[in-house]
Design a binder for this molecule. Structure first.
Ligand code: ADP
Length: 443
């Protein structure tokens, strides 16, 4: 198609030629003008159609119109693409805020709710219909209201949940553009509990260490005096032994417990075949030494029952239970250890004593760090208050559980139930040789 300029020139020339030939310039000029107007009119109606349905694209015929239409169509397509991307982004953002466990509420410059996510509805009891309402008057909690109104200096407040006094929420105020404010609310109940636990733990450890340290300091002071004779000095030095041992036991238990807590549970490759009967014999020998002949020991150990696990950890767990049986049993008491298959296919270790027993209300708590039924008695018996916490962690790391039955004045039984997936039979001599070779390669 020729360009508009060429077409116009052609019409002018045609009108002139026809005018010269017919001597009717006016009519020829009029006819040319009409042709020009008709062509433009057709393109103009196409423009109107295109403006109504822009996505179908323009169908111009004249080159000038075609070029302009193409430019417009490209702009429209680009704008459409941008709108689609913005929409997808906004939907993704909406999905993201909806999935957030924390409540997010956007309020305008007048404190009215503009947007909020699902967590805001669940956590604060807001409803969809509350959009447009004043947030400060919907949640009637003085600290929260102060924060929303921007009158809290720290920009962060803690307050009880509207549903449950025990649940603590923390709200934060973030100033956005155009006077808008974003209020974020999260549940800090668990975090507070952990912080309190940590503070208690530090206080307990300090207290536990302070007692033997005070004793040591007292003896050292006495030793520092000028006129201490050799015999007294020897006695004082001997007395330093007990508190020093106590401190060492405490530090050892603390280190073991923190290792158990900090390290991830052993993977399948870390669970080595263990001759548990042999380990139990070793623990029994240690318990006998601790008892110093004051208790009767009995054992029923299935020699053909081995376990996959971490040897050091299981040894420590069994020894802790046995030493508790010794320390909390009166002289002459009987202590029994049983290692057998459980009907479920797993294995069960039981340590039974005829000691002082534990009242029902304490049983659920004795595996907490530093929890003692009788603090003075535990100290006299040389306890650190961490033994059963260690047992519980070791068992948890072996996908197993601790159970306790006890009757005050009659005795207690501690059961460790091991998962059937950990139970194995002793390897044949060939398997044992391969295992030994493997182990020495790892060392
Ligand atoms: P401790 O070092 O004080 O013995 P544990 O964590 O081993 O700490 O035990 C926690 C508490 O559980 C003990 O202080 C004691 O009160 C109680 N306890 C543990 N084992 C026995 C048991 N065999 N008989 C009676 N009480 C026990």
């Amino acid at each position: 198609m020729p360009s508009e300029r060429f077409l116009a020139a052609f019409l002018v020339v045609a009108a002139l030629v026809v005018g010269i030939l017919t001597d009717a310039f006016a009519w020829a000029g009029l006819a040319a003008a009409l042709v020009w107007i008709a062509l433009q009119q057709r393109e103009f109606s196409e423009l109107r159609r295109f403006s109504r349905t822009p996505l179908s694209g323009p169908q111009f015929r004249l080159p000038g119109w075609i070029a302009a239409g193409d430019r417009m169509f490209r702009q429209i397509r680009l704008a459409r693409l941008r709108t689609r991307r913005t929409l997808a982004l906004s939907r993704a953002l909406q999905r993201m805020t909806a999935a957030l466990p924390d409540a997010a509420i956007m309020v305008d410059a007048h404190g009215r709710i503009e947007q909020m996510n699902a967590a805001a509805e669940q956590m604060l009891g807001l409803r969809r219909g509350d959009r447009g309402g004043h947030l400060a008057s919907l949640i009637r909690q003085p600290d929260f209201t102060v924060l929303v109104r921007g009158r809290s200096e720290a920009g962060i407040v803690e307050f009880p949940s509207p549903f449950d006094d025990q649940t603590r929420l923390e709200a934060r105020r973030i100033v956005m553009e155009a006077g808008r404010v974003l209020i974020l609310v999260r549940d800090v109940t668990q975090l507070n509990r952990l912080l309190t636990m940590r503070q208690d733990f530090v206080a307990n450890v300090s207290h536990e260490l302070r007692t033997p340290l005070t004793v040591i300091a007292g003896y050292l002071e006495a030793l520092a005096e000028d006129d201490v004779d050799a015999d007294v000095m020897r006695q004082l030095v001997q007395r330093l032994d007990a508190p020093t041992r106590r401190m060492r036991a405490l530090v050892d238990d603390l280190l073991l417990l923190s290792r158990l807590e900090a390290n991830p549970p052993p993977g399948d490759a870390d669970l080595r075949p263990i001759d548990l009967p042999n380990q139990l014999d070793a623990c029994l020998a240690e318990a006998r030494m601790l008892s110093n002949g004051k208790h009767e020991f009995r054992s029923r150990i299935d020699r053909a029952l081995w376990l996959r696990g971490v040897e050091r950890e299981l040894h420590s767990a069994a020894l802790n239970m046995l030493s508790n049986a010794v320390r909390y049993s009166p002289d002459g008491g009987e202590i029994e250890i049983v290692w057998e298959r459980a009907p479920s296919g797993g294995a069960r270790l039981a340590v039974r004593d005829q000691g002082i027993g534990i009242a029902q209300e304490h049983i659920a708590r004795i595996t907490e760090r530093f929890y003692r039924v009788d603090l003075a008695r535990s100290r006299v018996a040389g306890g650190t208050g961490l033994g059963l916490a260690i047992v519980k962690h070791v068992l948890k790391r072996h996908r197993s559980q601790l159970q306790v039955t006890s009757q005050p004045g009659k005795g207690s039984t501690f059961f460790c139930d091991f998962d059937s997936g950990l139970v194995i039979t002793p390897p044949t001599s060939r398997e044992a040789r391969i295992e030994n070779e493997e182990r020495s390669r790892h060392l």
